[in-house]
Ligand binder design. Structure first.
Ligand SMILES: Nc1ncnc2c1ncn2[C@@H]1O[C@H](COP(=O)(O)OP(=O)(O)OP(=O)(O)O)[C@@H](O)[C@H]1O
Ligand SMILES: [Mg+2]
Length: 243
């Protein structure tokens, strides 16, 4: 059975800059189902990161609605919002926020423990292995490269098996081999384990792993590109340029 981990409707976000308001999100609507991977592409400044922040409840919408697993997040207290985020959303953002005084294993386990749940060592070891950091569980973040730190943050986001994974340029610090390996892992999470992934990227080689691409221009979705089986990253790049 498919469910809809994410539904947004007529979403708007304004920021105050000095004495004027700037409209960053201008009435966005979208749905994303379980088992689906949706990529968002768009020029720098078009509002992609802002959209993910609003969806995650890290900053409130100015108008419109975000529903996570059918629940409108606007009605939640801070405490319930945090609990909802821990339980249902995996965040893979550019700032990794690893805890420097905890080793890799404990950094990955932390969100589960904070939610009062158990973090099984075997599950952590297996996930770390899939991400190519299986030999790093005992070391501390400052002993890791940027790409390795990013993979720890990814393991931390995936361990609780969230219904919705929000990823902001998750391959940004990875070389192309590791970037593709991560895409494959996210694709597997999505298809086999029925997670829903919304991923922001500039790279057609990353977006090609998704089911569809929403093109964002100046705070609106300007077009949707359906990613077909026979499409290459080059085809997608072309379709994006034309969007
Ligand atoms: N807290 C804030 N206060 C004021 N303006 C903001 C704030 N956050 C973002 N903006 C503005 O909103 C616009 C969209 O920013 P956003 O970070 O969402 O872009 P983006 O599409 O993720 O870009 P990039 O591809 O460079 O990461 C920018 O013009 C930015 O300056
Ligand atoms: Mg951004």
């Amino acid at each position: 059975m498919t469910s809809t981990p994410l539904a947004i409707q007529q979403l708007e976000k304004n920021f105050q800059q000095g004495d004027r308001q700037i409209q960053v999100l201008k009435g966005l609507s979208m749905l994303a189902n379980s088992g689906e991977m949706v990529a968002i592409m768009g020029p720098s400044g078009s509002g992609k990161s802002t959209l993910l922040h609003v969806i995650a409840g890290l900053t409130p919408a100015s108008a419109g609605q975000v529903k996570i697993n059918g629940e409108d997040i606007a009605g939640l207290s801070d405490r319930r919002l945090t609990a909802m985020r821990r339980r249902h959303i995996g965040l893979i953002f550019q700032a990794f926020n690893l805890i420097p005084t905890l080793n890799v294993h404990d950094n990955i386990a932390l969100p589960m423990l904070a939610d009062g749940r158990q973090a099984k060592h075997d599950a952590i070891a297996q996930l770390a292995e899939r991400l190519g950091i299986g030999d790093k569980l005992g070391v501390y973040p400052n002993q890791l490269s940027g790409g390795e730190q990013q993979r720890v943050a990814i393991a931390r986001a995936l361990l609780p098996q969230p219904a919705l994974i929000l990823a902001d340029e998750p391959t940004g610090n990875l070389d192309s081999d590791n970037g593709q390996a991560l895409c494959k892992l996210l694709r597997d999470f999505c298809s086999k384990e029925q997670h829903c992934i919304v991923l922001v990227t500039h790279e057609p080689a990353v977006a090609i792993w998704s089911d569809r691409v929403l093109v964002m221009r100046d705070g609106s979705f300007s077009r949707e590109i359906n990613v077909t089986k026979d499409m290459t990253a080059m085809d997608l790049a072309r379709a994006y340029q034309e969007a």
